[in-house]
Design a protein around this ligand. Structure first.
Ligand code: PLP
Length: 351
C-alpha cells in the first residue's frame, strides 16, 4: 500500500495462478498444461517469422488468425475476436458486456478469475450453488441478471453441461449476455459455437493454452454475434492495439490449421484420462466425471491438503484449493503416460 496508488488498487484481490516451479525435475500436474508439444507446423511457422520482420508492428487485427479460426468453425471473421490469452478476452468481456449494474451469475465452484474481474471492473455478482453432484442447475439461472458466465466443462470440477442444457440456459436469459468459457471443450464436449448464429446473446471463448498446447504463447479467442465482437474490439482498441505479436498470430493460425495433430494429441490425453480415472478409483478415490484434461478427485480417508503436500515431497505437484465445498479435492492434470505413472507411484508411497 502506498500513497501513490489509485485508491481502488488497495481493494483489488488478484488471481493466484498455479505454481510454475523453478525445479525442472518435478512432475507438473498442477496447471492443466498439455503434456504433448504444440503442432510442429505451428513451431515452424513461428520460426519462419523470427527475423527482421520483428522491427515492424504486427497486424493490429490479427486477420491471418481470425481467418484460420473462422474457417475452422465455419463462421465469418466478423464473428471472431482474438486476444492475449483467453484471460484477456474474458477481461474485455467483463468490461464491455457485463457492466449493467445487475448481478452477473456464475457457479459457486468455478474458475476463480471471475470474481477477480468483477472486483477489477466493479461488476456485482451472485454465485449460484452447484448441486450435490457438482453439476450446474440450469433452472437456477432463469432469473433477472446482468449476464451469465460459466466454464464448460466447468473448472475445477471437469464436469460437462451437455449442449442441449446450454441451449436451455440461453433460452432462459434472452436479454443478457451468456459467456461460455470453453477452455477445455476439446477434451470431451460439443462446442456451443454451433449455436452462435441462433443466439445473438451468446459469446463462446476458447484458449490455445490447453488443447493446442500453446500456454506459453498466450492466445485466446471468442466467437459470437458481430455486435458482441464489436464491443470487445472497442474495449481492446482502447487498451492495447497489438495484444498479439507476430509469433502468436502465425503460430496460432498454423495450430488451427493442423487438425490432424490436434485430434491425435487430444485423443491421447482423453485415453490417458480414462486410464487414470480407473487407477485412482482402484486406490479408493472418488473422481468426478471429467470431460477435461484434468480430474477432480477426493480420497475418503486422506486430507487433500496433506495429500498434496506429501505428493510434492515425492516430486509431483497437483492443485489444491482451500475453498468451501472443494477443500477435500485435488485437481490433477492429465500428463503423458510416464507422468501419470509417476503420480500413481507417488500415491503408492503416500497412501
Ligand atoms: C486456463 C483457463 C483459461 C485461461 O486461458 P489462457 O488462454 O491461458 O488465458 C480460461 N478459463 C478457464 C476456465 C481456464 O481453465
Amino acid at each position: 500500500m502506498s500513497k501513490f496508488w489509485s485508491p481502488f488498487v488497495k481493494d483489488l484481490v488478484p488471481y493466484v495462478p498455479g505454481e510454475q516451479p523453478k525445479l525442472a525435475k518435478l512432475v507438473k500436474l498442477n496447471t492443466n498444461e498439455n503434456p504433448y508439444g504444440p503442432s510442429p507446423k505451428a513451431v515452424a511457422a513461428m520460426q519462419a517469422e523470427l527475423g527482421d520482420n520483428l522491427r515492424l508492428y504486427p497486424d493490429p487485427n490479427s486477420d491471418r488468425l481470425k481467418q484460420a479460426v473462422a474457417a475452422y468453425y465455419d463462421v465469418s471473421t466478423a464473428q471472431v475476436f482474438v486476444g492475449n490469452g483467453s484471460d484477456e478476452v474474458l477481461a474485455h468481456a467483463f468490461h464491455g458486456l457485463f457492466q449493467h449494474g445487475s448481478a452477473l451469475l456464475f457457479p459457486d465452484v468455478t474458475y476463480s478469475f471471475y470474481p477477480v474481474y468483477c472486483g477489477l471492473y466493479g461488476v456485482p455478482y451472485e454465485a449460484l450453488a452447484l448441486d450435490e453432484q457438482f453439476q450446474i442447475r440450469v433452472e437456477d439461472y432463469a432469473r433477472p441478471n446482468g449476464g451469465i458466465i460459466f466454464p464448460n466443462p466447468n473448472a475445477p470440477t471437469g464436469c460437462l453441461l451437455p449442449l442441449e442444457a446450454v441451449e436451455r440456459l440461453l433460452q432462459g436469459s434472452p436479454d443478457s449476455v451468456v459467456v461460455v468459457d470453453e477452455a477445455y471443450i476439446d477434451f470431451g464436449g460439443e462446442t456451443a459455437i454451433k449455436l452462435v448464429d441462433r443466439y445473438p446473446n451468446l459469446l463462446v471463448t476458447q484458449t490455445l493454452s490447453k488443447s493446442r498446447s500453446l500456454a506459453g504463447l498466450r492466445v485466446g479467442i471468442a466467437v459470437g454475434h458481430p455486435d458482441l465482437i464489436e464491443a470487445l474490439e472497442r474495449v481492446k482498441n482502447s487498451f492495447n492495439s497489438y495484444p498479439l505479436d507476430r509469433m502468436a498470430i502465425v503460430g496460432a493460425a498454423a495450430a488451427f490449421e493442423d487438425e490432424v495433430y490436434f485430434r491425435e494429441t487430444c485423443q491421447k490425453v482423453i485415453d490417458s484420462r480414462e486410464q487414470l480415472v480407473a487407477e485412482l478409483e482402484g486406490r479408493g478415490f472418488e473422481v468426478l466425471p471429467s470431460a477435461a484434461n484434468f480430474v477432480f478427485a477426493r480420497h475418503p480417508q486422506k486430507d487433500a491438503g496433506e495429500l498434496a503436500a506429501a505428493l510434492r515431497e515425492h516430486g509431483v505437484i497437483v492443485r489444491h484449493f482451500k475453498q468451501a465445498r472443494i477443500a477435500q479435492f485435488l485437481r490433477i492434470t492429465i500428463g503423458n503416460p510416464e507422468q501419470n505413472q509417476a503420480l500413481l507411484d507417488a500415491l503408492g508411497q503416500v497412501l
